[in-house]
Design a protein around this ligand. Sequence first.
Ligand code: ATP
Ligand code: MG
Length: 729
Amino acid sequence: MDVSSLLDPLNDAQRQAVAAPLAPTLVLAGAGSGKTRVLTHRVAWLVEVENVSPHGILAVTFTNKAAGEMRARIEAQLGLPSAPLWIGTFHGIAHRLLRTHWREAGLPQGFSILDSEDQQRLVKRIIRGAGLDETRWIPREVTWFINAQKDEGLRPKHLKDDGDPTRRQMIRLYEAYEEACRRNGVVDFAELLLRSHEIWRDVPGLVEHYRARFGHVLVDEFQDTNTIQYAWMRMLAGSTSIPFVVGDDDQSIYRWRGARVENLQQFRRDFHGVQVFKLEQNYRSTGNILAAANAIITNNSGRIGKKLWTSGERGEPIRLYRAYNERDEAEFVVNGIRDWVARGGNRRDTAILYRSNAQSRVFEEYLLAARVPYRVYGGLRFFERQEIKDALAYLRLISNRDDDASFERVVNLPTRGIGARTMEVLRAHARANSISLWQSCAPCAGELGARGAAALQAFIELIGRLDADTSDLPLHEQVDHVIQASGLAGHYKKDKADKGEARLENLEELVSAARGFEPEDGDMPPLMAFLSHAVLESGEGQAEEWEDCVQMMTLHSAKGLEFPVVFLCGLEDGLFPHQRSIADVHGLEEERRLCYVGTTRAMRHLYLTYAEQRRMHGVDNYGAPSRFIAEIPPDLLEEVRPKVQVSRPAYGAARGHAPARPAQSTRPQRYTDDAPGSLKLGQRVRHQKFGDGVVLSVEGQGSNARVQVNFERQGTKWLMMGYANLEAV
Ligand code: ATP
Ligand code: MG
């Protein structure tokens, strides 16, 4: 490849960066300005023009998906197999190093890697082994502590307890954990980086070898590096290798996991003669989308400050949809995708982005119902999540005691003293007599120790009680009761760090799912129908990676990607920005950067949606529209109205139409039932939550009928007629 064809597809600023002299380089630029493109072209430039051997190049990105794409792009540009290049994530590359230098690293040759679940199980065993109370020393919190230290490059010996007994115990557990890892020959994710950093630091000659080999180290998404990753890169670069890093301070979204946006500045201090390039032209998005993103991010303080522009067309306005509730939101999105496909678009060009994993469920349900293939990235689908499976296992046992898989799953969850030995006895008996584990409990009682037998008996009674106590309850109360009374909720509640909170939210979301569940077959008991529905939803539905399917992911997982059509959903205060972050300026600014990341994923069409009422985590929320919406200049936005016939007043038309989803409505529909036909424009009404107000307009029909009320205290709101439960005053 010649130089001109390498530089042709670049603008001036990009060329400057790609062809920069061989010195430490920082490319600092906003979303969609071609940072990743510059990085891959730089690799090509080094090989083609500077005659650097591909063996001498190390490129680091944030995810395996991104690494795969980078490899593909480089192959396409270089026309060379990219195998001799080292391209990967920080973890992937550190792993490769340890595999090569296991001896120096003090690891067995066949060391294995603990994933986060394994890691936590090990921590749990250690807590128990130390004779500590697990409710006081919560495995997740201890794991979180250990990982946070490792991410900062700290071993137990570096830590001081400062006379704090809790901290002292944490440090001891960290020590014991290290010892156990050593005995078992295992390493966790954080250890990969820390250990490879240490061998470079401590093994004479080793880092020199890599410095001599890798004359060039390139890092994408540099704003999200944490302390150990930065130290690792710095160690490798030393004073001889040349780092080339690209990033955007406005897209730093992993502060909560130890990322340090300050590394961008640190880099300029730590390396000598850093050349800085800024890119300002955006090639990804239409003018309107870009203007909206720029407007949102200007509300943050302490930015390095960049202004992006595009020479492309303004494009369509950003479409804003105010949904009545989360189901209406999902319906709107699915219809939008179907329209796009009907007009010849690919499904893979559409993305549904959301703040929290729990939001995916309703979309999945509607996509399944509409038979639109989809795929959820970076996160398990709702019914596959651990805590959901735990809850479903209890429910399954209630409806079928002989379900062995469910029995195994929850018999000792939360821990109730039913150990491996008890289970071995049960399994052997069940196998020998071809009966279920449940049926083996009674006959085995004699073979078990007194404690084991008592624990097992308590479990059997628990299941019996759960069954008896819930058999007359409506499905969602049944689910809720089981989650609480089984001890599952308490189990996850104790766990303040890591995923505990998210798991609780998901459990509450399961209650919501049960509440909105409409059995197709009226003859089946609702619980049984719900359980079969869950089985279907967890196995089927999701498309294969290569299929043309809708892309679903959280905003965090969408970093670096782009899609022609983006639905950014759930824009309500409390959800996005997340409740946790609203009170804290830094938290709020990180949420805003996340919003900037979300909007800048869109190339041509951007839809923003929010719901006036959202049933999430088992409760109804009436969140105000996200403050981020108000940060977008109104002339860039266009409100989308549902496609219903507007009639004024339309109430009469709604009569006789039962809401399409009766099972979904758990509130009394007092207004519709008691006072048909009497809702008029200008009428005073009372809402349970919002208080008194005046009817401003009524539109839509049947289950879509909605009413706009100006409430004295809460301002104007659209409510869904069937659910609003308005009283005439
Ligand atoms: P992000 O901040 O989201 O990671 P980025 O700065 O890495 O974005 P890229 O993904 O490299 O941006 O580029 C965004 C889009 O613009 C890509 O589709 C890329 O191919 C295109 N692009 C970048 N530079 C040019 C250019 N000079 N001419 C045409 N298209 C370009
Ligand atoms: Mg990029």
